[in-house]
Design a protein around this ligand. Sequence first.
Ligand SMILES: NC(=O)c1ccc[n+]([C@@H]2O[C@H](COP(=O)([O-])OP(=O)(O)OC[C@H]3O[C@@H](n4cnc5c(N)ncnc54)[C@H](OP(=O)(O)O)[C@@H]3O)[C@@H](O)[C@H]2O)c1
Length: 263
Amino acid sequence: MTMPLGDIFRLDDRVALIAGGSGGIGSAMAEILGAAGASVSIAGRNADRAEAVAARVREAGAESLAVVADVNNPIECERMVAETLNRFGRLDIILNAVGGGAGTALYPAEQYPESEWDRIVDLNLRSTVQATQAAVKAMIAGKRGGRVLNISSVRGQLAINSGYSAYVAAKGAINALTRQWATEWAKYRITVNAIAPTFVDTPQVASLLADPDFKAKLLSRIPLNRVGETQDLAGAVLLFCSDASSYITGQILNIDGGLTATQ
Ligand SMILES: NC(=O)c1ccc[n+]([C@@H]2O[C@H](COP(=O)([O-])OP(=O)(O)OC[C@H]3O[C@@H](n4cnc5c(N)ncnc54)[C@H](OP(=O)(O)O)[C@@H]3O)[C@@H](O)[C@H]2O)c1
């Protein structure tokens, strides 16, 4: 062993950029990475929301910067990375937490509207691709290796009979790119993994979870019989962002209370 086991999940001196760090999952991950010792850049389009999360991370004792950027714009992605490098001097981790919207775009597969397809695929896939490209260029230049962590969904591998075509296509592509990027970037010691949750109790899905029928149906499919909390993602996020996963790449880890085990 080259380091004490207790330190294997620590991120002291590491710099993380969270695209979508102001969101339900991204903000929780920002606090977790900060608590593990990382400095954290929080990126989103709304300045106040990003700054509120950065302030919480700072109050808890870590360095944090809010960056206003639209990750569907490649020039803004480059600026988002440049602002992070200017502030912290390096970039070690990109966590892609922009996405979602599945429940706002439910259409029969044979009639899926093109504009809605583009909206959902841009929100989930294009955002991940463009933020990652900008971040990985900086990691390659930094020559210290790196970590890419994508947020997929159980819908990246499971179909559902309720109009999710664009979302499953985008998350399935994220799973495929996780493997492809892992293969291409291994030579730079950059690992690429994804977590794939089912519903996590966050504002984006609050109205669905408030519907007792929907929730009862959901719970009947989850062996652990509860909805996930953002805290349930913490262990996997620390694993994939730290030295603990130095030999793990190209993997998609379902975090779903056993849902996919039953399919
Ligand atoms: N919540 C769940 O139950 C669940 C389950 C499985 C998978 N997931 C996945 O987890 C990820 C995060 O979900 P969430 O529930 O945390 O969503 P969320 O609360 O809506 O957060 C998304 C964040 O992304 C930012 N964002 C959106 N478009 C952006 C853009 N073009 N450029 C920069 N930032 C942008 C938003 O901030 P601004 O609006 O300020 O830009 C927001 O902070 C998604 O990929 C989702 O599919 C979620």
